[in-house]
Design a protein around this ligand. Structure first.
Ligand SMILES: Nc1ncnc2c1ncn2[C@@H]1O[C@H](COP(=O)(O)OP(=O)(O)O)[C@@H](O)[C@H]1O
Ligand SMILES: [Mg+2]
Length: 258
């Protein structure tokens, strides 16, 4: 199953992706985290890993990828980056950090001022996710950049479900409405994790988000915040995330039974 994690900036996407990835590993799955945020230089630390080199480099780097896209565009075609279908184990080792059954890859980071936009990363992510086949023992978790640009780039297309992280803010409530209509338009199931929640804020969120689609409600957690601030590997067992991993396990099992 391929799950895309989205939401507004600072709502907790990377934090919850890392915690969920670790929890899914504890459930015995092979988990691939795809770092799809070109501006995030911290997710690998939360997973206790080195930042792998940009997957873009496998295709000759950003410039080469852009040239390929332009060439295809000028002949009225779409550039294709993959010649055959991949499984997780087909991702070349040079582009993956590993820790037991957890793998991390980074599509591409912004390295230099004036290097150009992140569209090639979006185009590559879209094709990568559409091109990867997962087995009943695999989970792919995609950590995205803030907001909804990845919808514009079509990154969601290759994913099975969308998981929106909602923090108690007006902006998140508005964004939840927008993401709900975007998810409907591409017929992808959308679920929510409410994060950094206290009782009073949950009441307000429940007015805006369908309760039946909320898979977890995570409270403010001092250990998460401290490890995040120090750039330390998470070694935190969050009961709500463990429960979520059990839910996803059941979802995956019933998917593969049908
Ligand atoms: N449940 C939580 N309790 C305490 N702090 C949290 C929690 N979730 C996230 N944070 C903190 O919120 C900040 C933003 O989280 P982050 O995962 O980087 O957000 P995003 O990836 O959506 O931009 C970080 O400082 C992180 O440690
Ligand atoms: Mg992030």
């Amino acid at each position: 199953m391929k799950i895309l994690v989205c939401g507004k900036g600072g709502c907790g996407k990377s934090t919850l992706t890392a915690l969920l990835a670790q929890a899914m590993c504890r459930q015995g799955y092979n988990v691939l985290v795809v770092d799809n945020d070109e501006s995030n230089f911290g997710l690998h630390r939360q997973l206790g890993m080195e930042l792998p080199q940009d997957f873009l480099n496998y295709f000759g780097g950003k410039k080469e990828l852009v040239e390929k896209m332009m060439k295809a565009f000028s002949s009225g075609e779409k550039a294709t980056f993959f010649e055959h279908r991949w499984e997780i184990s087909d991702i070349p080792e040079a582009y993956v950090s590993k820790n037991g059954n957890l793998s991390l890859m980074a599509v591409g980071k912004i390295h230099d001022s004036g290097e150009g936009c992140a569209c090639p990363m979006g185009a590559l992510s879209k094709q990568l996710l559409k091109n990867i086949d997962t087995s009943s023992n695999d989970f792919v978790l995609v950590d995205t950049e803030a907001g909804i640009e990845h919808f514009g780039r079509g990154v969601e297309e290759g994913c099975d479900i969308l998981l929106m992280v909602v923090d108690p803010s007006y902006e998140s409530i508005r964004l939840a409405e927008k993401i709900s209509s975007l998810a409907d338009s591409i017929e992808k199931p959308l679920y929510y994790i409410c994060n950094r929640i206290e009782d009073a804020s949950m009441e307000i969120l429940l007015d805006a988000i369908p309760g039946s689609k909320i898979l977890a409600t995570v409270p403010i957690n001092g250990s998460i915040f401290k490890a995040g601030l120090l750039g330390e590997e998470f070694r935190i067992n969050v009961p709500e995330i463990e429960e979520l991993s059990g839910f996803l396990k059941n979802m995956q099992e019933s998917e593969y039974q049908n």
